[in-house]
Ligand binder design. Structure first.
Ligand code: ACO
Length: 430
């Protein structure tokens, strides 16, 4: 078969080059423009990377037009229904579902690493009590670099595996401690008899004076939330992890940078923003007013939990999470007026030409907050839960990048639109 190419012509010089058209196993073809600058002297311009594939990856596939999400080829719906978060972690990291023995070894490994260095605990005391838990996560996860020197050689596969297990294991402990610190309660050590999600709930809600029995329905819902957030190919936080890692920085520092990128309301911060928005809307009768505001070009207000860069159809994760939210609220016999507002908002927006034309549908964050609220997780911890879920994705993407022989430091170029050369003027003459 003839090699597929795309011809790029610079009409100002009449020069053109043929660049290879690469085909993955699925998804649109990709023009390999790596030689564009050396051969034609031009860069490409793509703010927000809307048409740019930044790497080759075997981990996650998304078809945004058809609402498809698969990890290592497995549909997320099947994983959410039949798998567990730890099994998904193994799948993302190693590429295949584990055998019984492989899973048991992995589970024990993660459990083995669930405690954090006692010295790392003193970091929490340096934060203000009212610090946002995401701020604490950024600091403490980055500080892990200062404690686990025996796994920092990124070119050693054993070190990389050890770091990956440590990060997945310790994230829940660090997250729960950031909550405990803000509550002024003592830290609770992990209990490795519990599952990953149960252990997190135990560290969040146990106190020395009272035993906490994790409710299996809640633990299962949380485990599914983790699965649904586990990876999402080259999103902002994952790209941040890869870019930081491309300079050969250690994995703890890279994951910390991913947490930073996740924090914003346009990304992982949206789950917190959705509940705050629903509280502000206050009652279903106010929904039309807010929908109008979201459409108004003179207003900066957006419907949080709506829209997605890639999904131009219903976010497949939102469908699953909406059902889990219903089940959890029913099980716990919780009736929240916010759910009524959310359902009304969804109904109005999905029938409004503005949202239809722009293909804006609820995303994963629209309903996840209801589950988290029902569990008793405070609003400012919502994005931390997203970070816990996304951790295996970040670390798997980082591992894939380091193992890639073509890997080099990420270094985008720019379209410079600043001042041309000019001479310095002495201050007295300005
Ligand atoms: N409410 C109202 N209008 C919206 C919304 C929204 N939530 N989202 C997009 N639009 C409009 C924009 O105003 C824009 O209109 P225009 O073409 O007339 O200028 C158009 O839809 C396209 O929006 P962009 O911001 O260009 O789309 P982009 O792909 O860059 O942004 C994003 C995607 C950031 C998710 C956006 O839809 C948004 O801000 N949503 C709300 C925040 C949110 O829920 N974030 C979570 C994302 S999912 C995740 O991280 C898990």
């Amino acid at each position: 078969m003839a090699k597929e190419t795309v011809t790029i012509t610079d009409n100002s010089t009449g020069k053109s080059i043929e660049v290879p058209l690469l085909r993955g196993t699925e998804g649109p073809p990709v023009a390999d423009i790596g030689k564009l600058y050396s051969e034609l002297g031009i860069f490409t311009y793509d703010p927000g990377f809307t048409s740019t594939a930044s790497c080759e990856s075997k981990i996650t596939y998304i078809d945004g037009e058809n609402g498809i999400l698969r990890y290592r080829g497995y549909p997320v719906e099947q994983l959410a229904q039949k798998s567990s978060h730890l099994e998904v972690c193994y799948l993302l990291l190693h590429g295949e579902l584990p055998s019984k023995n492989q899973f048991e070894t992995f589970r024990k490994n993660i459990a083995h690493h669930s405690m954090i260095h006692e010295g790392l605990k003193s970091f929490f005391n340096g934060f203000s009590r009212d610090a946002h838990p995401m701020a604490i996560m950024v600091g403490v996860v980055g500080a892990m670099s200062a404690f686990y020197h025996d796994s920092l050689d990124i070119f050693n596969t054993d070190h990389r595996d050890l770091s990956a297990d440590r990060i997945i294991a310790k994230m829940t402990t660090i997250a729960a401690y950031s909550y405990k610190y803000s509550m002024g309660q003592p830290f609770v050590y992990p209990n490795n008899d519990l599952s990953y999600a149960e252990n997190f709930l135990h560290m969040m809600f146990s106190v020395p004076a009272e035993r906490y029995e994790p409710n299996p329905v809640i633990a299962d819902a949380l485990d599914k939330i983790f699965i649904l957030h586990a990876d999402h190919e080259q999103n902002a936080s994952t790209s941040t992890v890869r870019l930081a890692g491309s300079s050969q920085a250690n994995p703890f520092a890279c994951i910390s940078s991913g947490i930073t990128a996740l924090w914003g309301p346009a990304h992982g911060g949206a789950n917190e923003a959705v509940i705050r928005m629903l509280m502000k809307i206050g009652k279903p009768e106010n929904v039309p007013k807010y929908v109008e505001m979201a459409k108004d070009k003179n207003s900066t207000f957006r419907l949080m939990g709506f829209g997605h860069r890639v999904y131009k159809n219903y976010d497949p994760r939102a469908k699953i999470i909406k059902k889990i939210a219903g089940d959890v609220l029913k099980e716990l016999n919780i009736h929240t007026p916010l759910l009524e507002i959310a359902l009304k908002l969804e109904e109005i927006a999905l029938n409004d030409p503005y949202f239809i034309e722009k293909k804006l549908y609820p995303n994963v964050d629209f309903y996840s907050g209801f589950i988290l609220q029902a569990i008793g997780i405070p609003l400012n911890m919502f994005t931390v839960i997203f970070a816990l879920g996304r951790t295996p994705g970040w670390i798997s993407q980082w591992m894939e990048m380091i193992a890639e022989p073509k890997q080099k430091i990420g270094r985008p170029r720019q379209l410079y639109v600043g001042a041309p050369e000019r001479d310095y003027i002495e201050m007295a003459k300005r």
